[in-house]
Design a protein around this ligand. Structure first.
Ligand code: M6R
Length: 617
């Protein structure tokens, strides 16, 4: 999960690449590098540990020098973040430069072979092995052209990759390839762009080709874009797509951080998720993905939801929703576990994959495994045309818009919205929900964007104030029951990801089976206590915490008195049915984490060690 940008055209390649890397920094930000190609000169290379700003500091002199180049922003897999391990990597003869996103799994064996042939290595990376393998093929056969040598090398490696390669003797030519990691080619007028997603070139062109799995392309101003299969060199006709992305969507729009912007976008993103699907006046839910497969899904023996991280938390809420309304047994699995055990999946099963990026390697691998076992595969993705979206049998996009902050916010609430629609649709179709109950629930669901707007307005200042008191906290507990237990898990994940405070989520009733031992006057406990949803039981939990002097931050519905009277801090959110309350309750939890992290001086949008899409294991 690194970011790749490439350019050939008439503009200053340095500017295009650096600006593009800034947009892709969400994909990795422990080091960055750039290489430029000038006719009759060897490559200009600059790379450094650190962020794109650090790269600019060591490379500004390259500005205005070339019209061809590529760059990389890294999330380390092989080798620590360092100048040496940063991309681009050059071949031993200095003629080939390569940037890479992914992992070459058999790099060790190839490295041994190349070392025996006299190659030397400057870095600990798998990438440097690949670039030297290309040189090896060209050394072996002087008549071999550059793209063919790349193809030969790729046929020797296995793993996951998106790469861009340049050769000093082939000025203006960029060779790209993809297996498991995304790569888009922007088609401008007299210029071509390459990037891990379309954001680096959206202001220059709206036409793009998304490279398919197992394909490579040779790109030059003279010959255009020539796409081939990596395996057999078969020519492929490019499928040009029109980009829907706008520049505005990928900029901060006056907010200090993308995360804050994305938190505030939620009334709109949830509305967009519902738009055209929830037709309250007609009393229907219209979802193309589900509609065509209703019988298949409703007859499922079991639904397995696979996901990672925040998407896994959404999956847990999906389990509650689907079991409650559709009465189909649901299991929720970490994709990383599912793929390496021997789960019982048959052709009577439905597997739902949830992924914001649609690129998460574990989720992708788990899906492929379930597909091989004959299950019907349904995807819930945010990124249109992502790898996961493409391999599913059917699916629903979340339509949350680009999410750039590494900590997921609006994608999570959009996932919950889609899961609510699916569960209600299935429940209605199966006859589990009366017309009246269905109408009540969909009317409430329609009101959620307004409630989220209200909660943003009413809790922004208070969460900001509360956050000040917890800047130095070492630990946090998050508790919830029923639908709000996964919301507590998600609240804890948000806090630990961006503030680095240790935080754990628990079902409130489980507290007495262990975590209660941690409670004293120094332990902040966030408890989600809506009116609808085991309120009396929560009251008892709050009393138990109070008796042990824990610091209680209670999320309650407007007008609450009982829990509020015992809490040290109170955050009110609008009442809704229990099944939709995680959507509304998550918003102040996101704000609380955000402000604690900001006051601690953390880099909220690019938390340490994390990256937005995890395209490696
Ligand atoms: O793109 P995905 O939804 O598949 O990503 C899954 C997780 O990597 C992701 O949710 C991660 O936990 C986020 N950093 C959460 O904020």
């Amino acid at each position: 999960m690194c970011g790749i940008v490439g350019y050939t055209g008439f503009q200053d390649a340095y500017e295009v690449v650096i600006n593009g890397l800034r947009r892709l920094e969400y994909r990795g930000y422990d080091s960055a590098g750039i290489v430029l190609d000038r006719e009759n000169a060897s490559f200009d290379v600059a790379k450094t540990k650190g962020k794109v700003d650090d790269l600019v500091a060591v490379s500004e002199n390259l500005s205005g020098k070339s019209h061809v180049g590529m760059g990389h922003t890294r999330w380390a897999t092989h080798g620590v973040p360092s100048d040496r391990n940063s991309h681009p990597h050059l071949s031993n003869n200095g003629k080939i430069a390569l940037v890479h996103n992914g992992i070459i799994e058999n790099y060790d064996t190839i490295k041994i072979m190349l070392t025996e042939k006299g190659f030397t290595f400057q870095s600990e990376t798998d990438t440097e092995v690949l670039v030297n393998l290309i040189q090896f093929f060209m050394d072996m056969d002087a008549s071999l052209d550059f793209p063919t040598a790349v193809r030969f090398a790729l046929n020797e490696v296995y793993g996951a990759y998106a790469i861009t390669v340049m050769h000093d003797d082939f000025p203006g030519v960029l060779v790209v390839a993809r297996l498991g990691s995304p790569l888009a080619i922007g088609l401008g007028t007299n210029e071509y762009f390459i990037a891990s997603d379309a954001s680096p070139f959206v202001e220059f062109t709206k036409e793009a080709v998304y490279l398919e799995e197992g394909h490579m392309a040779t790109i030059s101003l003279e010959k255009g874009v020539d796409i081939r299969t990596i395996k057999d060199n078969e020519k492929i006709v490019p499928q040009v797509q029109e980009l829907k992305l706008s520049l505005e969507q990928i900029e901060k729009g006056g907010y200090e951080h993308f995360m804050l912007k994305e938190i505030f976008e939620q009334p709109k993103s949830i509305h967009d998720t519902l738009r055209g699907r929830l037709l309250v006046e007609e009393g229907i839910i219209k979802m193309a993905g589900i509609w065509d497969h209703l019988d298949r899904i409703n007859k499922a023996q079991k639904i397995t939801i696979i996901a990672c991280g925040t998407s896994w938390h959404a999956g847990l809420i999906g389990e509650y929703l689907i079991e409650e309304f559709a009465r189909i047994p649901v299991e929720v699995e970490y994709a990383s576990e599912f793929r390496y055990r021997n789960p019982i999946i048959t052709e009577n099963d439905v597997v739902i994959a949830i992924s914001q990026s649609g690129e998460t390697a574990d989720t992708m691998a788990a899906l492929k495994m379930a597909k091989d076992k004959g299950a019907f595969i349904y995807g819930i993705c945010n990124v249109v045309d992502s790898s996961i979206a493409r391999i599913t049998d059917a699916g629903s996009y979340t339509h949350a818009g680009p999410e750039i902050g590494v900590a997921s916010t609006k994608a999570f609430t959009a996932q919950l919205t889609v899961l609510s629609l699916i569960a209600l649709k299935l429940g209605k179709h199966k006859g589990n929900l009366s017309n009246q109950e269905f109408m009540r629930l969909i009317t409430e669901l329609e009101a959620i964007p307004k409630k989220v707007e209200e909660v943003l307005e009413k809790t922004h200042d208070i969460t900001k104030e509360i956050a000040k008191d917890f800047v130095n906290a070492q630990n946090f507990l998050y508790l919830g029951r029923g639908y709000n237990f996964p919301a507590a898990l998600e609240g804890a994940l948000k806090l630990k990801e961006i503030s680095y405070i240790h935080a754990e989520g628990y079902p409130a009733a489980e507290m007495k089976h262990g975590p209660i031992a941690l409670i004293d006057e120094n332990m902040p406990i966030v408890i989600i206590a809506p009116k609808q949803g085991h309120y009396d039981k929560i009251v008892s939990n709050v009393q138990e915490i109070k008796a042990r002097k824990g610091k209680i931050i209670a999320l309650v519905n407007k007008g609450d008195t009982q829990v509020s009277s015992m809490a040290d801090y109170v955050i009110e959110f609008p009442e809704t049915s229990e099944c939709f309350s995680p959507i509304v309750a998550s918003v102040p939890l996101q704000l609380l984490s955000y402000y604690i992290a900001v006051y601690r001086g953390a880099n909220v949008d690019q938390p340490r060690n994390l990256a937005k899409s995890v395209t490696v294991e």
